[in-house]
Design a binder for this molecule. Structure first.
Ligand SMILES: [Zn+2]
Ligand SMILES: [Zn+2]
Length: 243
């Protein structure tokens, strides 16, 4: 990383005693000892590994940055912070490969469904073009005509070319909120034949208006145990790089 992230950034890692209540995939509190939240459990497909660079909290500066980096014009500081998060994750792409048992050989960046224009990269796609390693093949993931974000996982929200010759595709998006977009994208990539998929969301969105989420945030703050994104591996629940 070229500079430190501001102190308001928190890794998507909570202390050990609180981890058992999280969805093993999307790291949101499930309220019970369920392995997955309802959305991840019911999805048509799930990634083989999931990475998150940070938690972005609604109403907090970390949440605001996720919107400001892609505003017109973009917030310069927000854009710099998003770049730092992405650079941190790039250093851990090998960790996703180790978890899955196959190195990442291609990447699909989730396109905007509200501002999609063919041939015009989104702010995230632009950053990924500059920062992700060039040896990764780019998968042209596109929103299917008429597809909108309705917080549900669909089998036909996106289109993608054939992926049968690919062993491990990384799907990248800026924010995982309901998870519907990312899980729909994974569903498409798997249906196109990729052997393994991983996801990378720069931020796992936490909405403190949900009581379980509010409780989680309060509990971490009570023990004053947020980690900084730089201190954590994005791809593991405990933030330790897999060996
Ligand atoms: Zn989940
Ligand atoms: Zn790692």
């Amino acid at each position: 990383m070229t500079g430190p992230l501001p102190d308001y950034y928190r890794a998507a890692v909570v202390p050990g005693q609180l981890r058992a209540s999280l969805c093993e995939l999307c790291r949101t509190p499930t309220g019970d000892q369920y392995r997955f939240c309802f959305k991840c459990h019911d999805s048509f497909a799930r990634p083989n590994a999931a990475g998150f660079a940070c938690y972005a909290i609604g109403g907090d500066q970390s949440g605001t940055d996720m919107r400001r980096y892609k505003a017109f014009p973009p917030g310069a500081q927000a854009l710099d912070n998003i770049r730092l998060l992405l650079e941190h994750c790039v250093n851990h792409l090998g960790c996703a490969g180790r978890l899955v048992g196959a190195g990442i050989d291609a990447v699909a960046v989730v396109p905007s469904r509200t501002h999609y224009a063919p041939g015009a990269p989104s702010p995230l796609q632009f950053l990924c073009t500059r920062i992700l390693p060039r040896y990764l093949r780019r998968i042209d993931l596109r929103p299917a005509p008429g597809s909108t974000s309705d917080r549900r996982v669909h089998t036909d929200a996106f289109t993608a070319p054939e992926c049968r010759d690919l062993s491990h595709v990384l799907v990248v998006d800026d924010t995982w909120a309901s998870g519907a977009t990312m899980l729909s994208a994974v569903t498409t990539i798997q249906a196109r034949g990729a052997q393994f998929t991983s996801t990378l969301a720069l931020a796992r969105w936490l909405n403190p208006q949900y009581s379980l989420t509010h409780e989680l945030i309060v509990n971490v703050e009570r023990v004053d145990d947020w980690k900084k994104p730089e201190q954590a591996c994005p791809f593991t629940l405990d933030g330790t790089c897999p060996t």
